[in-house]
Design a protein around this ligand. Structure first.
Ligand SMILES: [Zn+2]
Length: 65
């Protein structure tokens, strides 16, 4: 059973997770929300070295508004 697709929350829909620029490990999504940088802020954290990466994404569904 897929634990990813079993979740109805739109914010938990699988999205592209970047690789850590420091150690190339797959980063974990730790925060989703709006910010002054844009309506779709994503904050990723590297589970290996703890590096934090913030980015914004375009959301065609406009779920943030
Ligand atoms: Zn890392």
């Amino acid at each position: 059973m897929s634990e990813i697709y079993a979740r109805p929350e739109p914010t938990l829909i699988p999205i592209r997770r970047p690789l850590c620029p420091a150690c190339q490990s797959r980063m974990l999504l730790v925060h989703v929300g709006a910010s002054c940088d844009g309506p779709n802020l994503r904050i990723f954290e590297c589970s290996k070295c703890g590096n934090v990466h913030e980015t914004t994404v375009d959301d065609p569904n406009g779920s943030a508004r």
